[in-house]
Design a protein around this ligand. Structure first.
Ligand code: C2E
Ligand code: MG
Ligand code: MG
Ligand code: MG
Length: 279
C-alpha cells in the first residue's frame, strides 16, 4: 500500500514538476523580450497624508501585459527576474519611467506628488545602480526629493558595508529612502539609527487586524512612536477601511496607503484620481 502510494505520488508529481519548469522556461523567454516589446506597465497607488487625505506620493507598481500569459502581477515574475538578473534592466526601466511619470504629473497637472519605486536586492547591488538613479533624475529633470526608493529590511541586513555605501550615495543625491514591509524582516533595529532612511512603511499584515487584534494595535502604535523619536516618517500600508483611518489619525501615523483610498491605477486613471477622486 505504501509502495503503491509512493509510486502514484511519484507518477503524479513528475509531470507537475515538468510543467513547473516548462512554465518557468516559457516565462523566462517571454520576459527576455518583454522590455523591447513594451509589455511592462507601471500602475500608481496614492500614498496620502493621513490627516488631510491629500496625495503626497504614488507608489509605482509594475504589471506585465503579455499576450500569452495575460496580466502578470509582480509577485509572479519579480522573483524570476531577480534570479535571472533581468531585474537590473527591468528595474532601470521602472526608475526611468517612474521619474518621467512624476514629471508629467507636475507639468501636465500641476500636482506636487512624488513617486516611490521598489528596489530589489540584486538591482540594488548592481554596480551601475546609483548611476542609473542619478541619470534618471538628470534626464527627466525631476527634483531628487520627489523620488523615493523602497528597500526591504532583508536587503539592509544582508550585506552591511556595501549597503551602507550605496545608501549614503543615494542620500547624497537627495532621494528619499524608505524601509518597505517594515516588521516582517529581522528584528535588529540598530540599522535605523545608522542608515539615512526617511520613512518606515508598516507592513499591511499589521494594519489588516489593527482594529480587532490588540497585539497589532500595540505594535503599530509602538512602531509609530519609535519612528517619530528617530525622526522618521511612517506610512501604513494596506488601509482598507474607514475605521482604520481613524485609528491611524489618532496615532499620528503620517501617511497612509491602501484600497480605501485607491487601488493601484494605470497612469491616466491615477491622474483622474488626483483631479477628482480624493476622499
Ligand atoms: P509592496 O511594495 O509592499 O507593494 C504593496 C502591495 O500591496 C501592492 O501589490 C499593492 O497593490 C498591494 N496593496 C496596496 N493596498 C492594499 C490594500 O489595501 N490591501 C491589500 N491586500 N493589498 C494592497 P502588487 O502591486 O501586487 O505588488 C506586490 C509586490 O511586488 C510589491 O509589494 C513589491 O515588493 C513588488 N513590486 C511591485 N512593483 C515592483 C517593481 O517595479 N520592482 C520591484 N523590484 N518589485 C516590485
Ligand atoms: Mg513597496
Ligand atoms: Mg535623506
Ligand atoms: Mg510593502
Amino acid at each position: 500500500e505504501a509502495k503503491r502510494n509512493g509510486k502514484s505520488a511519484y507518477a503524479r508529481f513528475t509531470p507537475e514538476m515538468g510543467e513547473i519548469s516548462h512554465e518557468r522556461l516559457q516565462m523566462e523567454s517571454l520576459m527576455r523580450k518583454a522590455l523591447e516589446l513594451g509589455e511592462f506597465e507601471l500602475y500608481f497607488q496614492p500614498i496620502v497624508d493621513t490627516a488631510s487625505g491629500q496625495a503626497v506620493t504614488a507608489e509605482a507598481l509594475i504589471r506585465w501585459n503579455n499576450p500569452t500569459l495575460g496580466l502578470v502581477m509582480p509577485d509572479r515574475f519579480i522573483p524570476l527576474a531577480e534570479e535571472t538578473g533581468m531585474i537590473t534592466s527591468i528595474g532601470e526601466w521602472v526608475i526611468g519611467e517612474a521619474c518621467r511619470a512624476a514629471s508629467r504629473w507636475r507639468e501636465l497637472g500641476g500636482f506636487d506628488v512624488g513617486v516611490a519605486v521598489n528596489v530589489s536586492p540584486r538591482q540594488f547591488r548592481d554596480p551601475g545602480f546609483t548611476n542609473t538613479v542619478k541619470r534618471a533624475l538628470e534626464i527627466t529633470g525631476l527634483n531628487a526629493s520627489l523620488l523615493e526608493l523602497e528597500i526591504t529590511e532583508r536587503l539592509i541586513l544582508d550585506n552591511t558595508i556595501e549597503t551602507a555605501e550605496i545608501l549614503r550615495q543615494l542620500d547624497h543625491y537627495g532621494v528619499r529612502l524608505s524601509v518597505d514591509d517594515f516588521g516582517t524582516g529581522y528584528s535588529a533595529l540598530s540599522y535605523l539609527k545608522s542608515y539615512p532612511f526617511d520613512t518606515l512603511k508598516i507592513d499591511k499584515s499589521f494594519i489588516q487586524d489593527v482594529l480587532t487584534e490588540t497585539d497589532d494595535s500595540s505594535l503599530v502604535r509602538a512602531i509609530i512612536n519609535m519612528a517619530h523619536s528617530l525622526g522618521l516618517n511612517v506610512v501604513a500600508e494596506g488601509v482598507e477601511e474607514e475605521a482604520q483611518t481613524y485609528f491611524l489619525q489618532t496615532e499620528q501615523c503620517d501617511f497612509s496607503q491602501g484600497y480605501y483610498y485607491s487601488r493601484p491605477l494605470p497612469e491616466s486613471a491615477f491622474m483622474d484620481w488626483l483631479r477628482t477622486g480624493k476622499r
